[in-house]
Design a protein around this ligand. Structure first.
Ligand code: ADP
Ligand code: MG
Length: 344
């Protein structure tokens, strides 16, 4: 479903890579936690899946397609099949819960009949059937995140990327959000969740991929938040400070060596790899995405049919087509790749 083939991303020349020699695969239907200190490369990994960030070296495949070969006009259709949820919710502040979900359908020209069915269905799925008329500021953090999840899922994406979705929520609210993501996963969507939420990871017992300094240092099929290895990276023994790391690259080299020396307590596979001097890779754990290319072809055919229906409907329905052409930049217009760097 998602495959990184020796991927390195360096944002700025001369800086250490945000992600380095990444070789990993996430299979269709998997639920994967990405853990690691801030600055370890989790968001960069996700943004490469969306093609918001392009690798400096190596290849990213989504549903069997090499993303570097997808022409820019097809990028929106790639993103349509990938839902994204953020720590800070990112709802449109001047639209109601209902309208926020509706908007995700409007921007792709979904017929109004379909919208009228899908939005209430989504509100119900996230437990907000009676709060569709609320504005985001009239909702709690947990409720806002539920709306954001409904919006991300309403197009039934085959992949949902969640970047620290429970980071702003109290533990019990976070638990509800996690349940929702688990339900979406059970319905067949591949979920990749970057998190510092120890309780979430420990409760789910799903695959855990841990990153340090842009590299995968742990990949366990049914992992916990905390590594079983002697040096725990995410529990604060090491600096959680990428700026500091950038100035002291040798510290990371030392870290890599320490990791290579880590013996068997992690998992048998990893222990063997570490002993053989290899870094963790996913191939034993993640089944290869079966006939992913075929699936995408099917999707594209469906897509074309759906588009015909939309085109027919869109232009006969003025009220709705206004909405569909609204200039608000969600969700098809990504931030320019450099903008985050410029803001720093
Ligand atoms: P995480 O999500 O694990 O906190 P990120 O992927 O955001 O990690 O960041 C990894 C590294 O890349 C950090 O050193 C960060 O400062 C750097 N980085 C992230 N985004 C940009 C950007 N747009 N421009 C320059 N450097 C960036
Ligand atoms: Mg991040």
């Amino acid at each position: 479903m998602i495959r990184f083939d020796d991927v390195t991303k360096t944002y700025m020349r001369g800086q250490r890579p945000a992600v380095e020699n990444l070789d990993i695969e996430f299979a269709r239907g998997e639920f994967v936690f990405l853990v690691g200190a801030s600055g370890s490369g989790k968001s960069t990994l996700m943004r490469m899946v969306l093609k918001e960030v392009n690798p400096t070296r190596g290849t990213v495949y989504v549903a069997g397609k090499d993303l570097s070969r997808i022409p820019s006009w097809k990028v929106p259709s790639l993103r349509r099949d990938i839902g994204m949820v953020f720590q800070d919710f990112r709802l449109l502040p001047s639209k109601t819960a209902y309208q926020n979900i509706e908007f995700a359908l409007a921007v792709i020209g979904t017929p109004r009949k379909v919208v009228r069915r899908l939005v209430p269905e989504m509100l119900e799925m996230v437990g907000l059937e009676d709060k569709g008329k609320r504005m985001p500021h009239e909702l709690s953090g947990g409720e806002q995140q539920r709306v954001a999840i409904a919006r991300a899922y309403v197009n039934r994406p085959s992949i949902l990327l969640a970047d620290e979705p429970t980071g702003n929520l109290d533990p019990s609210t976070a638990g509800g959000i996690l349940d929702l993501l688990a339900e979406i996963n059970e319905r067949g969507t591949t979920v990749v969740m970057a998190t510092h939420d120890r309780a979430a990871v420990d409760r789910m017992q799903r695959r855990v991929v841990e990153m340090v300094g842009g590299q995968v240092v742990r990949d366990e099929a049914e992992g916990t938040y905390e590594t079983h290895a002697p040096v725990s990276v995410i529990s604060g023994h090491l600096p959680d400070d990428s700026a500091h790391r950038d100035e002291h690259p040798l510290e990371d080299e030392g870290l890599a060596e320490r990791w290579e020396g880590v013996p068997a307590e992690r998992s048998p596979v990893e222990g063997e790899r570490a002993a053989a001097g290899e870094t963790a890779a996913a191939d034993d754990i993640a089944a290869p995405a079966a006939a992913a290319g075929d699936v995408l072809e099917e999707d594209l055919i469906d897509e074309r049919e759906a588009q015909q229906v939309r085109d027919e409907d869109l232009f006969t329905d003025e009220a709705f087509s206004d909405d569909a052409f609204s200039p608000e930049p969600f969700p098809e217009t990504p931030l320019p790749e450099q903008s985050e760097g410029e803001r720093r």
